[in-house]
Ligand binder design. Structure first.
Ligand SMILES: *[C@@H]1O[C@H](CO)[C@@H](O)[C@H](O)[C@H]1NC(C)=O
Ligand SMILES: *[C@@H]1O[C@H](CO)[C@@H](O)[C@H](O)[C@H]1NC(C)=O
Ligand SMILES: *[C@@H]1O[C@H](CO)[C@@H](O)[C@H](O)[C@H]1NC(C)=O
Length: 347
C-alpha cells in the first residue's frame, strides 16, 4: 500500500518567467506508517519511537510557509527548492545555537516546542536521513567545512555526526579558491556528478560552511512517452498563451477538486514510494492559492482522492534557480542567526 503520510522532498512552482502555469508541484517521498522498516539506525535514533513520523507535519508546515514567502517576493519566476534539505541543515545548526537564536530557528522551522521536544526533533531528522539514504533513488547528506584555525566544541561535532551523519572537514578558508574547489568537489562526488559547482561564491570572511545536498532521480510509474510530447498552448498570466513542450499521458490518476481553494489536485506516482502532487489552480486563482496553502490541505486531499481517467499534460522543463534564502528565513522569524546577536556558542 502506498503512503499515508507525506514528506516534502521538493516544492516547485512553475510560472515560466512571465507565464502563469499551474501553481506548486510538490514532489514527495512517502512512507507507510503502519510498519516500521527494519532499520540500521545507531543508538541515537534507534528506538521503537517513530520520531520521523512526528516531525513530518512540521516540515510540511515549513515547506508551505517558505513557499509562501518566496512566491510573494519572487514574481513571475519558477520556484524550486527542497524543504527537507533546508530544514535539516538548519536543524543541524540549531544544535550549536543557544538562547533566542536557537528558539528562533526552531520556530522558523515551524516546530512548536510545547508539542515536540528538541531531542525528538533531532532524532526525527536522524531517522529520516537513514530512510532517505537507504532508498536507491534519494541521496542526501550533510557536511561541515571548518576553517583549520577554528576549534569546535566536541559535543557539537559528536551531535552532528551521530544525528545528522554529517562529515566534517578542516580546510583553509583563507584560500578562497581552494576552499570552494574542495567543497564543490565533495558535493559533486557525493552526488555522482549530478550537482556541480554548488558553491559559486565564498566571501573572504567565511570560516565555516554547512552543506546539505539532496538528489532525487525517480521514474514515473506510468511513463510519459517521448513521442507524445508536443508543443501545446500553455495558459500564462493574464490572457497570454505560450507554446511549450508538453508531456502527455492518458491514465487513471488520483484526483480531487478543491472547491474552497479553486484548484484541482492530481497525484502522479513515481515507480518507488515517491509521488508528485500537481496543484492546478483555476484561471486567475494562482496568487490566492499560493497565499492560502497550508499543510492541512495535504490531508484533506489525501482523504478525498478518487481515481479518474485523465488526459494529463504537463510541461517538460528544467530550472536552475539559485536563492539567497536568508531574507526568507528572517521573515519566518530566524533573525538572530543572521545578525550580530547570533549566539552560536554551542559550536
Ligand atoms: C504550540 O502548542 C500549544 C499546545 O498545543 C498551543 O497551545 C500553541 O498555540 C502552539 N503555538 C503556536 C505558535 O502554534
Ligand atoms: C569520490 O569518492 C570516492 C570514495 O571516497 C573516492 O574513492 C574518489 O576518489 C572520489 N572521487 C573524486 C573525483 O574525488
Ligand atoms: C482576459 O480576457 C477576458 C475576455 O476577453 C477579459 O474580460 C479579461 O479582462 C482579460 N483579462 C486580462 C487580465 O487581460
Amino acid at each position: 500500500m502506498k503512503a499515508t503520510i507525506y514528506l516534502s522532498l521538493f516544492l516547485i512552482g512553475l510560472q515560466f518567467h512571465y507565464y502563469h502555469f499551474t501553481g506548486p508541484h510538490v514532489v514527495q517521498g512517502s512512507y507507510p506508517n503502519t510498519q516500521q522498516r527494519q532499520s540500521t539506525l545507531d543508538q541515537e535514533c534507534n528506538t521503537e519511537d517513530n520520531f520521523w513520523h512526528k516531525i513530518i507535519p512540521y516540515n510540511a508546515d515549513f515547506a508551505f510557509r517558505l513557499y509562501k514567502e518566496m512566491s510573494s517576493t519572487i514574481e513571475d519566476k519558477n520556484i524550486l527548492f527542497s524543504p527537507i534539505s533546508i530544514s535539516s541543515a538548519l536543524a543541524m545548526l540549531s544544535l550549536g545555537a543557544k538562547s533566542e537564536t536557537q528558539s528562533q530557528i526552531y520556530e522558523g522551522l515551524a516546530f512548536n516546542l510545547s508539542e515536540i521536544e528538541q531531542n525528538e526533533i533531532h532524532k526525527g531528522f536522524c531517522q529520516l536521513m537513514y530512510r532517505h539514504t537507504d532508498t536507491t533513488h534519494v541521496k542526501t547528506g550533510s557536511a561541515l567545512f571548518l576553517d583549520k584555525t577554528l576549534e569546535v566544541l566536541p559535543t557539537f561535532l559528536e551531535d552532528i555526526r551521530n544525528l545528522y551523519h554529517a562529515e566534517d572537514f578542516s580546510i583553509d578558508f583563507l584560500n578562497t579558491r581552494g576552499a570552494k574547489q574542495h567543497i564543490n568537489d565533495y558535493i559533486e562526488n557525493k552526488t555522482n556528478g549530478a550537482i556541480i559547482n554548488a558553491v559559486k561564491y565564498l566571501s573572504k570572511n567565511t570560516r565555516m560552511l554547512l552543506v546539505n545536498y539532496i538528489l532525487y532521480k525517480g521514474e514515473w510509474e506510468r511513463r510519459f512517452l517521448p513521442d507524445l510530447t508536443l508543443e501545446e498552448d500553455f495558459f500564462a498570466y493574464g490572457n497570454t498563451t505560450v507554446k511549450l513542450n508538453m508531456m502527455l499521458n492518458t491514465a487513471s490518476y488520483k484526483f480531487v477538486r478543491d472547491e474552497e481553494l479553486f484548484c484541482s489536485v492530481v497525484e502522479v506516482p513515481f515507480s518507488d514510494v515517491a509521488v508528485a502532487l500537481f496543484i492546478l489552480p483555476e484561471q486567475g486563482k494562482l496568487k490566492d492559492l499560493e497565499s492560502s496553502l497550508v499543510k492541512e490541505d495535504l490531508d484533506k486531499w489525501r482523504t478525498s482522492f478518487q481515481y479518474k481517467d485523465l488526459k494529463l499534460s504537463i510541461p517538460k522543463f528544467s530550472a536552475y534557480p539559485s536563492y539567497d534564502v536568508k531574507r526568507f528565513l528572517q521573515r519566518l522569524g530566524m533573525r538572530n542567526a543572521f545578525n550580530q546577536h547570533a549566539d552560536l556558542s554551542g559550536i
